[in-house]
Design a protein around this ligand. Sequence first.
Ligand code: GLN
Length: 494
Amino acid sequence: MTRSGLSALSIAELRPLLRRREVSAREVLEAVEERINAVDGKIGAYLSRDFGAAAVEAEKADVNLPLGGVPIAIKDIINVAGQPCTCASKILRGYRAPYNATVIEKLRAAGAIPFGKTNLDEFAMGSSTENSSAQLTRNPWDLSRVPGGSSGGSAAAVAIDAAFGALGTDTGGSIRQPAALSGIVGVKPSYGRVSRYGLTAFASSLDQVGSLTKTVRDSALIMNAIAGPDPCDTTCLNEPVPDYAAGLGRGLKGVRLGLPKEYMIEGIDSPVRQAVDVAVKHLASLGAEIVEVSLPHTDYSISVYYILATAEASANLARFDGVRYGYRAENPTDLLDFYGRTREEGFGAEVKRRIILGTYVLSSGYYDAYYLRAQKVRELIRRDFEQALAKVDALVSPTSPTPAFKIGEKTSDPLQMYLADIFTNAGNLAGICGISLPCGFARSESGRTLPIGLQFLGKALDEARIFEIAYAYEQSTEWHKARPSLNDQNIVGK
Ligand code: GLN
């Protein structure tokens, strides 16, 4: 098999070749490196990679392990010992992680090789990866568009076969939305399913680590490796983890799917609405029973999310003071000047906006009106999902109201950008699990095809169910087989 043929394989296709020693882990790694060198100049998915260290790991890879010899890309907000961890922020430029996140230890224990770090919105705050202080990442389906965010580098890397799979993080949609906009599969596990030890915290009551892959089966394989208890993270639940990959293939007979009536709003682009309508009919034809459900507090989810996420971010980001990590302001006059200028110079505009908002909603006099009230409404949102999911196995919806938007289209209007997460962030508030997978294409005015994502939301800790449902849909459609073509595209403009 040629090198480029190799990098185009899914993990599930690659693994038997490695196990039977028809290819070596070294050859697989070289195929990824070649692919990155050939295409990432146009895309900008990677912030750093360490093929030297990865080659050493590949030499001794145990190909009998579940992910033995599989190179995996890592969002640059998760610590990989010895590699940079910049969170795409100037304030962490030059910082190298002194230890491995638990998910990295677990990936390694399963034989995977975490070889490089991918671009993101600074500290995972955004929906387009445009808030990265380092570089732009382009959508491989249309280079004038964003790949989604904040895990946009991970999504684009997988979409162009420059990684077999990737880790991302999802606080309000940052795995599912870029997966949708880039035409791949993204999984946000339930709160507490996957350890966050070694993840740079954004909003601690919402953050989860999950996978971005070419197929549902590949996501199940990565989840098998990373899910489960961790004594280093007290929010990580002590629950047994089923074999997600072994459970695939059960079909949709007897499965009940809920269609939240509040999600069929005006603002959905018509190609997205049409694709989701067709997908729902298709699910019914496969044997699923479709019922309408209600999530009455949907209108509040964006407001509640942006109060709680900013409040938590303002506390979490207090640690970046120039003393302990990364960037430090020069020639301070005193300590306050040092803190102030380090943060003023080190953080980007969106991060500062969030810190200011979060500090405001927590401030005395406003705490009850904003933070406390948002916590109460969050509980109502959580109950909405509990009640809806008591009647059905999973909910089905669009992942994002639009396909990939143009670079620069929403950067001057933060509220427009926040609306990109309208179908995803309530799942984080409720702590449940979700998956996005390709369900169709829209066509841009310049004639390019733009992927559309379908989301399934499942009960807390019921990842196995949404994997089964998504797999049944995927296996009876062809959407996941389409790949973007870069040969007919060139970067125009900036
Ligand atoms: N787009 C959302 C935000 O900007 C979600 C980000 C995320 O999930 N990390 O906060």
